[in-house]
Design a protein around this ligand. Structure first.
Ligand code: ADP
Ligand code: MG
Length: 621
């Protein structure tokens, strides 16, 4: 048989290797930012167009490259960062594989200008699909500028696989956050389609976090610090009140490198045990410093995972450090707020104090409210409203704003009109009997009612989710939502990246009755809300929507309408633990069985079960 094995030409090999390194525009951003940091830059500029598909440019004022190095930097396995195998175990740079530039140049149009310190002239070099178009001498500033255009121009399949510009921009922003948070001593500028998204001056860690995530973040942070032989830990955790229903602001950095570690995450969660609801996540920004020889960052091509020599010890130290931090904060809360003058932007709620009308007309007076408030700490639904929201308890603590926690429940305020109920709604197989005499609430969780063949046990929260979900879906599709005008506009503060998401979903929100006024960098003005949403819930609803969209980022079915309806249903529904009076129980049952789909909640969970007389009879045999 003839020999058939051939060596792949370089440009093909590079293209294949590129697949590992460059999954999407955000991967390019990460690699180029890291190169700029390794080059010792003081200021780094990131410029992006069309979610990075059209342009990603990074300009740094770092070491720059000589003429030869400029050319060599695009060769595969060309690196200045390690010289021998042992160096791998003592890394103090981000890069070491020498693959990034070669990979990027294989699948894009790259334009580089670079000049080292002291040189009179620099280099201008252009590469397209690994092919050098030109390399010439040029008068350029010290440092390096790399522009990457038309990503995946020669791999249409990959290009088509990319998500919308907005989604790609969000991935880029995530990478940017990770790098910027790890390096507060470097100034960063980030421009998207000509407008400045971030301008981060040189700062300390706390300031950097606040600059990235917005002024209201400052109030949430509790410092943690620990210095042991194995690890040095510093950074911040969010107060338990601010735990979110979704993963979000959770950052581990090891030796200034962002990492993901489910194991260490668990250590943090364990420290929060008992302080937050089991289904919510604490936020944290934790900086670990370990001996570079004690970790292996070589195990993952995109380098967000590391292997620690002694994970168990690290786990224990981390957990106790967090616990200690939380403990200190509980005992002496005042000490946590070493207010930084540079961050003294007024907390959003300070402004709201005067303008928020205290409307006392309480159409839906709720006799159970007191009961609910008393058991607030444990009561499912109520506690969740407190924790997932705009942290009203803290507002009142700091601003003296006596924010009434209103538990909204449209069923409680609903007047039951028995005359309007006709047999026709109950034609379904499992529909309750017409008399409706018998509903009762079981353990503040289920509504039990009778049907011809026996009885139905309905999960109150899921049933309400179904009802609200269909209501919102209908509103969104027929675009006829009724909006209630707020007497005074509500000004809410969000981080820049949250604002990015709000911008994306603003139009959908309008279709269900939200009306927005002025939109600023970190603030949004709400002038109207859907009928089903109370003013006090607006912040909670928007927070929840933002985090649900964030979670949705990697999923294929990116249906705004559906997420919107689901989120609203989830957030506004009656929860387990809430008492429903009998008229409300009946109204809920009626509404449920008037739905198109009655059996499952919007999240595909069963809404009710039936127990027939036959089933019961069998038990008595
Ligand atoms: P690695 O970072 O793993 O070494 P890269 O392909 O990212 O591999 O870069 C190759 C080499 O090019 C680097 O080792 C470095 O010497 C040089 N280089 C890349 N970007 C820059 C930059 N912004 N400034 C100075 N040198 C750079
Ligand atoms: Mg690199």
């Amino acid at each position: 048989m003839a020999d058939i094995i051939q060596l792949l030409p370089d440009h093909v090999a590079n293209q294949i290797a590129a697949g590992e390194v460059v999954q999407r525009p955000a991967s390019v951003v990460k690699e180029l930012l890291e190169n700029a940091i390794d080059a010792g830059a003081n200021t780094i500029k990131l410029i992006v167009k069309d979610g990075g598909k059209a342009l990603i440019q990074i300009v740094d004022d770092g070491s720059g490259m000589s003429v030869t190095d400029a050319r060599l930097s695009f060769e595969r396995h060309a690196t200045s960062k390690i010289k021998k195998a042992e160096d791998l175990f003592n890394l103090d740079t981000k890069g070491f594989r020498g693959e990034a530039l070669a990979s990027i140049a294989a699948i894009a149009h790259v334009d580089m200008q670079t000049k080292p310190e002291g040189a009179e002239l620099g280099t201008h070099l252009k590469i397209e699909g690994s092919k050098i178009i030109f390399q010439e001498v040029a008068a350029v500033p010290k440092g390096t500028s790399i522009a990457v255009k038309n990503l995946f121009f020669n791999i249409p399949a990959r290009r088509n696989f990319l998500k919308s510009n907005q989604v790609e921009l969000r991935h880029i922003t995530d990478e940017f956050h990770r790098v910027a948070l790890a390096h507060p001593s470097i100034a960063f500028h980030f421009y998207n389609n000509g407008s400045e998204l971030f301008n981060l001056p040189v700062a300390n860690y706390r300031q950097r976090i606040v600059h990235v995530f917005g002024t209201k973040t400052n109030q949430k942070l509790v410092p943690v610090v620990e210095d042991t032989q194995v690890v040095k830990i510093s950074g911040f955790i969010n107060k338990p009140e601010f735990a979110k229903k979704s993963r979000g602001e959770q950052f581990f950095f090891v030796n200034h490198r962002f990492i993901k570690s489910p194991y260490l995450h668990h250590a943090v969660v364990a420290a929060f045990e008992g302080l937050i609801r089991p289904d919510s996540y604490p936020g944290y920004f934790l900086y670990l410093e370990v001996d570079p020889g004690s970790i292996d960052i070589n195990i993952h091509p995109t380098k967000t995972e590391v292997k620690f020599d002694d994970e168990h010890t690290l786990y224990a130290i981390l957990r106790s450090t967090i616990k200690h931090g939380l403990g200190q904060f509980n005992v002496i809360p005042a000490l946590d707020f070493e207010q930084d003058q540079n961050l003294e932007t007024p907390y959003a709620y300070k402004n709201r104090d005067a303008s928020q009308p205290q409307v006392t007309v309480d159409a839906g007076f709720n006799p159970f409210q007191e009961v609910l408030q008393k058991k607030g700490a444990t009561g499912g639904g109520f506690a969740s409203r407190v924790s997932s929201g705009n942290s009203k308890s803290w507002d009142s603590l700091y601003v003296g704003l006596d924010s009434e926690l209103e538990s909204k429940n449209e069923y409680r305020s609903l007047k039951f009109e028995s005359e309007t109920i006709t047999g026709s709604i109950f034609e379904g197989k499992h529909a309750p009997e017409e008399t409706m005499a018998t509903t009762f609430q079981l353990r503040r969780k289920y509504i039990v009612t009778t049907i011809k063949s026996g009885m139905v046990v309905i999960d109150q929260s899921r049933a309400h989710q179904r009802v609200l979900y269909e209501k919102f879906l209908k509103n969104i599709t027929i675009k006829e939502a009724v909006s209630q005008q707020l007497l005074f506009p509500l000004v809410l503060t969000f981080s820049k990246s949250d604002m990015q998401i709000l911008n994306e979903i603003k139009d959908s929100l309008s279709t269900i009755g939200f009306v927005f006024g002025k939109l600023e960098e970190e603030q949004i003005e709400v002038t109207g809300v859907p009928l089903l949403v109370m003013e006090s819930e607006v912040g909670i609803v928007l927070d929840q929507l933002i985090s649900d969209y964030q979670m949705e980022i990697s999923e294929d079915s990116f249906s705004q309408t559906d997420i919107l309806a689901k989120t609203l249903a989830k957030t506004l529904s009656v929860k387990t633990g809430e008492v429903l009076e009998s008229t409300s129980q009946i109204a809920l049952v009626n509404d449920l069985f008037a739905c198109k789909e009655t059996r499952v909640s919007p999240f595909n969970k069963p809404v009710y079960i039936t127990i027939t007389e036959n089933d019961i009879d069998k038990k008595f045999i």
